[in-house]
Design a protein around this ligand. Sequence first.
Ligand code: SF4
Length: 693
Amino acid sequence: MTTKIGVCNLCEAICGLQITIKGTEVTGIRGNPDDPLSRGHVCPKGVALADVYADPDRLRSPVKKVNGEFVETSWEDAFNIVADSLARIAKAHGRDAIAFYLGNPNAHSLGALTHGPQLLKAVGSKNVYSATSVDQLPQQLIATLMFGHQFLVPIPDIDRTQYFLIFGGNPMASNGSLMTVPDFPQRARDLRARGAKMVVFDPRRTETAAIADEHVPVRPGTDAYLLLAMLHVVFADDLVSAPTWIDDLSPVADLVATFTPERAEQVSGVSAATIRRITHEYAAAEGAAAYGRLGVSVQEFGLVCHWAIHVLNIVTGNLDREGGVMLTKPAIDVVGRGVVGRGGHGRYVSRVRGLPESGRELPVATLTDEIVTPGEGQIKALVTVAGNPVLSTPGGQHLEQALDHLDFQVAIDIYVNETTRHAEVILPPTTALERDHYDLIFHVLAVRNTARFTPAVFPKPVNARHDWEISRELILRLERRLGIKRSLKDRLRISLSPTRMVAGLLRAHGSGVTLAKLRKRPSGIDLGPMTPQLPGRLQTKDKRVRLLPDLIASDVRRLDQLPHASADGLLLIGRRHKQDCNSWMHNSPRLTKGRPRHQLLMHPEDLSARGLRDGQLVRVSSRVGSVSVEVQSSSDMMPGVVSLPHGYGHANTGQTHAAQVAGVSINDLTDPELLDVSGNAALNGVPVEVEAA
Ligand code: SF4
């Protein structure tokens, strides 16, 4: 038996692992106590990496459809079918006829980050979609608009903060998101032990709200009123303490003047007194951090919410302050070195609905429209990479029907899932334990400065391909068929392995951390706590924060003029569990055992008002569809709000375990027409009706 140092790439916490192996078998996985960031933490999903590696359902060779069934084929055959089909469609209909959908695991794979963008560039289609626009798009866009780069995201200094305000985030289940914070449970215990306070705003008493000092329920979709009211209090009660490098605050003060706490109370259900008290407590703390995540991102005013959170931190002097929110200083700075683009907005629009791009991606809520609507530029081919948009995107059932309109579909994926089962070809890459890893993205978003390179635990099997090798092969074959001329720089980029690229980037960054040093210390190198870096690290041309972007000013005015929504009826929100990993991992035996957790959660008063009982099968209906699911009585829910987990609703894809996981897809209820101004889907706060099935 041998113990190897590995890393979990299933979520943003990037926990270090100690992996015991015997031959090609994993015999044990535990947290690595020597890892300077994760400090020995591991969650049930990390241990289940062994299940993914050994999973009999996982594809290990390419497959193609023959008479409606997948059969194994050679890489050569599979690559040729894909390249021939994509080239044929590009020649006949133009490059925009080829669409890409990139799933969340792309951000967790070094090879996907180094070579995936080159594949997109080679095809050159504007029809690029990803999980970003059903998740964190408002956060990336507001970072671009205010700080000059989509990954210049201030991170809560959780290990030193005195007051932690969380809006719509559940790090007890997620271990942080756009805040890489492995071992959140211990960090939260430490926070409270030093006398700091944690307050959670959420329509559900989440796992995080349950351990907080205070949980404040908020009606879904109304957080913008709440946050603008907090800003109103900061200005009205003279709590402003902004740094000298922040320009004139008066336009912001004017903008929030009409958003009083009393107005927010009417809409959000949070009392004006609570809003005033918490704002004063937060402003008075010696180092306070306001943080928002998915709950305030996937709603109609998600961009305004995340702007207001940044401004709250700025005007109270908590940006770039110890214990406030700060910028991580990674060994490879993908922001400062331009490795990842700075982002942008509205440089072109989608064909059918005229929705603006953000960061060179179109909102995935319009993918179905672009497939089914005839005309020049109609999508004819779809390439999904580690994604399952049928379960992950609004109106998923309509997208599944739309897939029949395609001339060709290919997936780079290790599973047959609800989306990839419609593909003609699936190209399965290696998995996490078979490839080297350096985290280009999540070191940039972590609560502490660290660097870590983990070599593959197992060698690549003889007939396997890494994801970057698949991208490279497709680029080369498409290049020949489409006559693509590539620059020398681009040719060099695809010829280097991701590991060699990491070595080069470390050298170029000059932090003193080299690949050789990291290889000697595979548990990682600690580079210390976050330190003040502003305004120098801003990526705006004049090194100033853009305090009030035009897009925000106009959207706040739109909010100001909206009639107050009726508080009658039920609103649907999503939820995540510690044992679930978005739409996958539901065929891991160790994650799917135990009590079912797919039910619709509903407050007991809402149940009795409808004559329903706990455990009963109910029909949940929205404007776009309906599902039948068991209801579970839960006093953790705010009255008037119901919740389904996302990533459920598996079809029988012929896999061993997946068909046994009950549940329905929340995205059969969410509405592709409900969008934030950024183009992000408003998945939370969907009006629904619930009745006996
Ligand atoms: S929290 Fe769990 S899923 Fe996330 S990286 Fe750590 S072990 Fe993996």
